[in-house]
Design a binder for this molecule. Sequence first.
Ligand SMILES: C[S@@+](CC[C@H](N)C(=O)[O-])C[C@H]1O[C@@H](n2cnc3c(N)ncnc32)[C@H](O)[C@@H]1O
Length: 407
Amino acid sequence: MSEYIVDRLGQLGDGIIDTPNGEIFAPFTLPGEHIEGNVENGRVNSPKIIKPVSDRVKPACKHFKSCGGCSLQHASDTVISDWKIRKTQDALSQVNLHPEFRPIINSKAGSRRRATFAAKRTKKGALVGFHGRASDVIIEISECPISDPILLSGMPAFSQFAILGSSRKAVLRISATVSGNSLDVKIDNGKKLSATEISKFAQICNQFKILRLMWNDDVIAQSNPPSQKMGLADVIPPSGAFLQATKSGEAALIKTVLEIIGPSKRVVDLFAGCGTFALPISSKATVHALEGDVNMIAALDSGWRAAGGLHDIKSETRDLFRRPLMPDEFKKIDAIVIDPPRAGAVSQVVEIAKANVGRIAFVSCNPATFARDASILCNNGYNLDWVQIIDQFLWNPHIELVAQFTK
Ligand SMILES: C[S@@+](CC[C@H](N)C(=O)[O-])C[C@H]1O[C@@H](n2cnc3c(N)ncnc32)[C@H](O)[C@@H]1O
């Protein structure tokens, strides 16, 4: 066994030791810690902590290390926040951008409103949990401190769905979203159900407050609509559709986006989803909302129509990678909100750079693609005024941020 001192945290939260022969990864360790272990394929697999640092904390969950959901429960909030800010700063400095960073905003434990469970039938019943770290093994869980307790209240139902509705070796993929005090559930990989089984599933849904159950490609049970409040509108998202990970994170994102667009009267919302930003903005400005998923745009439009009294929202389904909004379509627009998927939005940003819109609220979940897109804007006359990290991913390496660009 050899002894090492951990130098830094890597992209996914593993401790990293820099050596003349390259990096050695040491999971669940922190910078400054003295550790001992054997290196295999560039990795210390079960590092023994000889000298911990004061930033080491007791993990909040008994499944930490085996469950693949969290990778940083052993680190203090300060270490995690500083690391997320630094990761984002590093990505931006690679394109020569050094903006101001506002203090990070964090989501609390127990606030995650979406989760994807795995479940399978066993000889004795069913196994419900999350996939293990980098493996297909299902780790049965009895607690999950990051999740809203309403998500966990569905687990007995998921167990029954696996017993009754999964074929011998299949693993059910269960995407659950909190809707009010209830759940909206989408299950993939289930067997074909008979009419009797479907009515049994509807009873289980009633018992466990599941408002809607989508089984493979069909909604097989729905009591009340699983709606989500967006601004003044109630929206019924398509089953399994993207929503921000926590309610408080979403509220902070909306507040920051509204601050950036300021008194703008005509706003374009690119990658609009079901209207997370477009609907709150429509209380004070007209919006052209564009999104690639036809069902999400339909949900946004229905929510807007049913709410009434809001400014106009023109909803458009459009693939913004292939058919970005062109410079002449930004004429008369005062502000842009853009919130692309992890891949970023290079083709759309190139067109924005040619237009002349004074304010941009850029929301991103990937510092690397954000840095690339930001450099295109800044090379074309925009200033990156500040970055605000809004961390919805407690104990996890994911990063969510909003940035203000002006010109
Ligand atoms: C990070 S989500 C943001 C959604 C929304 N702004 C929100 O906060 O709920 C990115 C959105 O981009 C959409 N999307 C992905 N690829 C797209 C494309 N090529 N064209 C248009 N929209 C796309 C996804 O369907 C998703 O709704």
